[in-house]
Design a binder for this molecule. Structure first.
Ligand code: UD1
Ligand code: UDP
Length: 356
């Protein structure tokens, strides 16, 4: 098979790492980086640490409005697909890079493999919800991380080409967690021995709302809990714009650090007392690593983590966040919702059946 893979944002590099390894055993992959994320600590570090092959092309689209960014990616990808004649295109998750890949490939009649298909938040205010609904609709193969995702697709009438593969982020955690323990140097920069919560925040619904961001920040400060916070560039900008950056900096138990690489992040997660996040990927990683998670959103796509009692939704509710930071404790055993750690190989096997 000759496959074009399209990635552009931090979580997509991580998801692509195990799949690229499995695919390249026997097949040709042409790797497109759209350039949606471009800072070294949002992009290059993941290629280095996870041994992802260098992109064959970087479209260098950078940041912009949804329309501008998506349009630039559309144009860039069209030429790549015309030049490469792939048997299939692999897309990951729900970013603007995913949607642009889906629109271009479907118009050129190139079959799409959507990895992490069938996720729904039922909140159409989220750009990601629009991106994933549209991408699932035009995909030839929907590679679902959970059985729940298969049910959600069925409820929308999507039943053909739907496969349960398991979650590729689970593959990545299993593959790299030991390497993280051996090689990460994050413990030299922040103490992992003193109890802490690990925080990440970047969802537009939180960062672009002054009210929500203020409620979250004041809750963090009020909790008086030690927090390690690798700050996404979008969030840094908004914290500064809303006058919240200095308040966080002044509190001597909140450690603001630059975004970290995957191995440092796994180490920080493994040692954390709790995780606080609005990230999709980190909610799952907390679950995989048996760390309680407080999700700073009103809903989640990863419902299994909540049903099992390892994740709770606190939204941007000041009092609830403080209370959950103090009291939340999982009270159930975990189940194996996310596959057996071989989702990547399963995805390649399914592709071979269709396109091989
Ligand atoms: C994007 C995805 C989101 C995903 C997240 C992962 C969309 C609509 N959103 O959100 O689903 O969860 O990536 O992290 O595709 N910026 C930099 N340097 C960078 C990248 C971004 O400074 O390398 C800043 C820019 O100011 C930019 C802002 O972050 O405008 C937002 O970046 P963008 O890629 O548009 O969205 P994310 O919030 O990163
Ligand atoms: N991550 C990382 N460094 C950081 C923050 C997150 O390596 O400073 C990893 C995290 O462990 C997970 C992925 O990035 O594997 C999640 O990406 P993000 O939260 O940006 O996006 P989402 O999953 O919400 O789409």
């Amino acid at each position: 098979m000759r496959v074009v893979t399209i990635v552009g944002a931090r979580p997509q590099f991580i998801k692509a790492a195990p799949v690229s390894t499995a695919l390249r055993q026997q097949h040709d992959e042409f790797l497109v980086h759209t350039g949606q994320h471009y800072d070294d600590d949002m992009s290059r570090i993941f290629f280095d640490e996870l041994h992802i092959p260098r992109p064959d092309i970087n479209l260098n689209v950078g940041s912009g409005t949804h329309a501008a960014q998506t349009a630039q990616i559309l144009q860039g990808i069209e030429q790549v697909l015309v030049d490469n004649h792939p048997d299939a295109v692999i897309l990951y998750g729900d970013t603007n890079s995913t949607l642009a890949g889906a629109m271009t490939a479907s118009k050129l009649n190139v079959p799409i493999v959507h990895v992490e298909a069938g996720l729904r938040s039922f909140n159409r205010m989220m750009p990601e919800e629009i991106n994933r609904i549209l991408t699932d609709r035009v995909s030839t193969i929907c590679a679902c991380p959970t059985q729940h995702a298969i049910k959600l697709l069925a409820s929308e009438g999507i039943t053909e080409g739907v496969h349960f593969t398991g979650d590729v982020m689970f593959d990545a955690v299993l593959k790299f967690r030991q390497i993280a323990v051996q090689t990460s140097t994050i413990g030299q920069r922040v103490s992992l021995d003193d109890e802490y919560c690990l925080l990440t925040l970047h969802r537009a619904e939180n960062t672009d709302s002054c009210d929500r961001l203020t409620a979250i920040v004041t809750a963090l400060i009020a909790s008086k809990v030690r927090i390690i916070f690798p700050v996404h560039p979008r969030t840094r900008n908004r914290l500064m714009q809303f006058g919240l950056w200095d308040r966080l900096k002044c509190s001597n138990f909140i450690h603001l650090i630059e975004p970290v690489g995957y191995l440092d992040m796994q180490t920080l997660t493994q040692h954390a007392h709790k995780v606080l996040t609005d990230s999709g990927g980190l909610q799952k990683e907390a679950y995989f690593l048996h760390v309680p998670c407080i999700t700073l959103r009103d809903e989640t796509e990863w419902v299994e983590t909540v049903d099992d009692g390892w994740n709770c939704l606190a939204g941007a509710q000041h009092d609830l966040i403080v209370q959950q930071m103090r009291n939340f404790q999982p009270d159930h055993a975990q189940q194996q919702h996310y596959g057996d750690g071989h989702a990547s190989e399963k995805i390649v096997e399914v592709m071979e059946r269709y396109f091989g």
